[in-house]
Design a protein around this ligand. Structure first.
Ligand SMILES: NC(=O)c1ccc[n+]([C@@H]2O[C@H](COP(=O)([O-])OP(=O)(O)OC[C@H]3O[C@@H](n4cnc5c(N)ncnc54)[C@H](OP(=O)(O)O)[C@@H]3O)[C@@H](O)[C@H]2O)c1
Length: 278
C-alpha cells in the first residue's frame, strides 16, 4: 500500500505510476519522468529501495510518492492507483514495468515455472491495466506503457516461460491498443533487448547483443509517450534478428545459435535451475 500519500500543496503537470521502480529500467524511467516534470509514484515490493530513489528525486525538486505493492496482488495494485488518485486527483502515465526473469531450458520447464513467470510478467501487468484503465478512459486521455521483452518476438532457448509470459502481454497490449483506438488512451508496448540491470547481472552476452544502459530504455519510453508510438524495439538492431526470423524461423534460430544470443550463465550455483532473480 502507498505509505506517504499526504495531500500535496499544488497539482503537478502530470502524474505517473511506475511499477518495478525499485531497480533497473523502472528506476531509470521514474528518473526520466521526474526530470520531465511529472509527479511520480514509485511502486515495487522493496520499499527501502523506493525510499532511496524517492529521496534522490525529491532532492532534485520532484514530487514523489512510494507505493509498496506486489503486482501479483490485484488488490494491492488497486490500492496504489486509488491512493495516487486520492493524492493528486489524476493519473496520466502508467508504466507496467515490474517483471522477473526465469531461465531454464525449454525441455525442463515445469508448470510452476510458467505460473511464476506469468504471475508477475503477465498478470502483474494486467492488474495494473485493470486498475488504471477506468480512470484513463473517464478522462479520455493518458498513456499505458507495457514492458515486454524482445524475447516476446523471438524466444531464446532458455527463456520459454519468460518469453511466453511476455508474448502474452504483448498480444494483450496489441489487442488493447486497437480496442481503445479513438478513446484518447495511448497504449505502447516496449520490446527491449538485453539491458544492463540486476536482472541480467549473472548473464554473459555476446558483443552483438551487448546490454544497453537502462536510461536508454527510459529515453525510448519518453519518446514513445511524446510520439504516441504503438511499439518500440530497443536497441534498434534487434530488428535484424526479427527480419531474419520472419524470413525463416530456422534462419532466426541459426543466428541465435551461431551468435550465442542466449548468453551464458556466469556461475550456475544450483544445477540446471538457473533462475537469475528470485
Ligand atoms: N534487463 C533486461 O535485459 C530486460 C530486457 C527486456 C525486458 N526487461 C523487462 O524490463 C522490466 C524491468 O526489468 P529490469 O531489467 O529493470 O530488472 P530488475 O532490475 O530486476 O527490476 C525488476 C523490477 O521489478 C520489480 N518486481 C519484480 N517482481 C515484482 C512483484 N511481484 N511486484 C512488484 N514489483 C516487482 C522489482 O521490484 P521489487 O523486487 O522491489 O518488488 C524491480 O523493481 C521487466 O519487466 C523485465 O522483464 C528487462
Amino acid at each position: 500500500m502507498p505509505n506517504d500519500l499526504d495531500p500535496p500543496a499544488a497539482a503537478p503537470r502530470a502524474v505517473a505510476l511506475v511499477t518495478g521502480a525499485s531497480s533497473g529500467i523502472g528506476a531509470a524511467i521514474a528518473r526520466a519522468l521526474a526530470a520531465d516534470g511529472c509527479a511520480v509514484v514509485l511502486a515495487a515490493r522493496r520499499t527501502d529501495q523506493l525510499e532511496h530513489l524517492a529521496a534522490e528525486l525529491r532532492a532534485r525538486g520532484a514530487e514523489v510518492a512510494v507505493a509498496a505493492c506486489d503486482v501479483t496482488d490485484a488488490a494491492a495494485v488497486d490500492g496504489a492507483v486509488r491512493d495516487t488518485l486520492a493524492r493528486w486527483g489524476r493519473l496520466d502515465v502508467v508504466v507496467a514495468n515490474a517483471g522477473s526473469y526465469l531461465r531454464r531450458p525449454a525441455d525442463r520447464i515445469t508448470r510452476a515455472d510458467f505460473e511464476s513467470a506469468f504471475a508477475v510478467n503477465f498478470w502483474g501487468a494486467f492488474h495494473v491495466v485493470q486498475a488504471a484503465l477506468p480512470h484513463l478512459l473517464a478522462r479520455g486521455a493518458g498513456h499505458l506503457v507495457l514492458m515486454t521483452s524482445f524475447d516476446a518476438r523471438k524466444a531464446l532457448p532458455h527463456d520459454g516461460a519468460y518469453a511466453a509470459a511476455k508474448a502474452a502481454l504483448a498480444s494483450y497490449a496489441g489487442a488493447l491498443r486497437q480496442t481503445l483506438r479513438g478513446r484518447g488512451v495511448h497504449v505502447c508496448t516496449l520490446f527491449p533487448g538485453r539491458v544492463d540491470t540486476p536482472m541480467c547481472d549473472g548473464l554473459e552476452v555476446p558483443a552483438i547483443s551487448a546490454k544497453i544502459p537502462a536510461d536508454r530504455v527510459a529515453r525510448a519510453v519518453l519518446r514513445a509517450i511524446r510520439g504516441r508510438r504503438a511499439e518500440v524495439i530497443v536497441p534498434w538492431h534487434c530488428r535484424l534478428l526479427l527480419w531474419a526470423d520472419t524470413l525463416s524461423p530456422r534462419l532466426g534460430d541459426w543466428f541465435v545459435r551461431v551468435l550465442g544470443l542466449d548468453g551464458r550463465e556466469r556461475s550456475p550455483a544450483d544445477g540446471d535451475r538457473t533462475k537469475l532473480r528470485p
